[in-house]
Design a protein around this ligand. Structure first.
Ligand code: HEC
Length: 140
């Protein structure tokens, strides 16, 4: 009997340890956090509905740019974006400053929010690890 409890205890501790290893990135929570970070850091230009301002600030809502690889999207925030670009048929030639003071988690959260709002949909999460990797790439 005593031995049985010992086995159960060991098993319980093992499961507890294992679960912290397999803990996956929670996309729903990231999206919820991202809404706040977006509001504070991107909304001034890209607007509350993500539609931007035609000719001045390009849209994020249904932007064809959001289909780009995650690394490129992350780089817009880390490096900023200037020069002529065409988004959904409209030409923009303005300045987006680098917002590299944002943390890896904040940038991941913002994009998970953006990629799942205003008609955008992506079940594949951008994670802080991906942002950290890009940050290292850009500084090297
Ligand atoms: C000061 C205004 C400003 C802020 C703040 C800003 N952007 Fe931008 N963003 C722009 C402008 C202007 C462009 C286009 C630049 C150009 O003409 O080359 C742009 C382009 C982009 C693009 C590529 C084109 C598109 O519309 O899909 C993405 C993606 C983007 N911004 C994401 C973000 C995110 C995410 C944030 C917040 C972390 C952010 N921006 C904050 C002004 C801003």
């Amino acid at each position: 009997m005593k031995k049985k409890y010992q086995v159960m205890l060991v098993l319980a501790l093992f499961l507890l340890g294992a679960s912290s290893f397999v803990q996956t990135f929670n996309l729903a929570k990231s999206i919820a956090r991202g809404k706040e970070v977006y509001t504070a850091n991107c909304q001034n230009c890209h607007m509350v509905d993500g539609k931007g301002l035609t000719g001045a600030f390009p849209p994020l809502a249904k932007s064809e740019y959001l289909a780009k690889p995650a690394g490129e999207l992350i780089a817009y925030v880390l490096k900023g974006q200037t020069g002529e670009i065409k988004v959904n048929g409209t030409v923009y030639n303005a300045v987006m400053p680098a917002l590299d003071y944002l943390t890896d988690e904040q940038i991941a959260d913002i994009y998970n929010y953006v990629r799942n709002s205003w008609g955008n949909k992506s079940a594949v999460a951008i994670t802080p690890v991906m942002v950290a990797k890009k940050r290292t790439e850009l500084t090297n």
